[in-house]
Design a protein around this ligand. Structure first.
Ligand SMILES: [Zn+2]
Length: 235
């Protein structure tokens, strides 16, 4: 009898332990998600233990200064010296590809697809970003997207890209994916990709400026089987 109850209690305690662990994971995701700010187009700001900007463009004067700036490629709406100047401090580190690095000054680390570096304690991976059915972002350029790990949560900002072979094998928790089409994936192409590599949460980006509209973000949400968070540009 005692043995029977013993097993029962062990079962209950392990179950509650599992639920607790799951709850904790959910809270961590929620916390990291709340630190991600979409400032419109591809401009992403992660306001965590370090202030990290990705592809800063059209920033307001007085924008919070950056510890780290990541720039995916050389195009005018991603690699923007005047916007970098607005948030650059003496000790800001810029991580970018060679084409963009030549336009900027300061502490610059050049990366290519596949590189993994640690900057100021933050793990950063550069992953390939390129077009497969159009010519705006050729693979030969060596342009990138980034995976940034914050508190164990892997955040992927895809850059200007289509669905690539490499993308299908990514292991990330939160993905900012372009959905505007023309220069990048369309909403449906992005959803097809996301349904393959299965991030827990997707924030659609690259809409609302130059190309794409909220309808594209909504179309993505309809086609993606995971959770979609549609943000409004914060500036
Ligand atoms: Zn581009």
């Amino acid at each position: 009898m005692i043995k029977k109850y013993g097993i029962f209690f062990i079962a209950v305690f392990s179950l509650s332990g599992l639920l607790f662990a799951r709850e904790k994971g959910g809270d961590k995701m929620k916390d990291v998600l709340s630190k991600i700010h979409w400032l419109g187009h591809a401009t992403t700001m992660i306001d965590a233990e370090k202030v990290i900007y990705i592809d800063p463009w059209k920033l307001k004067e007085g924008a919070k200064k950056a510890d780290i700036i990541l720039i995916t490629h050389d195009h005018f709406d991603h690699c923007v010296p005047s916007d970098v100047k607005k948030i650059q401090k003496d000790d800001t580190t810029i991580v970018t590809v060679k084409d963009c690095a030549g336009k900027l000054n300061g502490d610059i680390k050049i990366v290519k697809p596949g590189d993994k570096i640690n900057v100021k304690g933050i793990d950063i991976e550069a992953v390939p970003a390129y077009n497969v059915n159009k010519d705006f972002h050729p693979k030969s350029k060596g342009w990138v997207g980034f995976i940034v790990t914050i508190n164990g949560v892997r955040i992927y900002q895809a850059g200007d890209t289509d669905m690539t072979e490499e993308m299908k094998t990514l292991n990330v928790d939160i993905a900012l994916l372009p959905v505007g089409g023309t220069y990048t994936m369309t909403a449906n192409e992005a959803a097809t990709a996301a349904n393959i590599f299965k991030p827990k949460v997707v924030i659609p980006m690259h809409w609302g400026d130059i190309v794409g509209s909220r309808a594209d973000a909504e179309a993505f949400k309809k086609a993606f089987t995971g959770e979609t968070v549609i943000l409004s540009p914060e500036q």
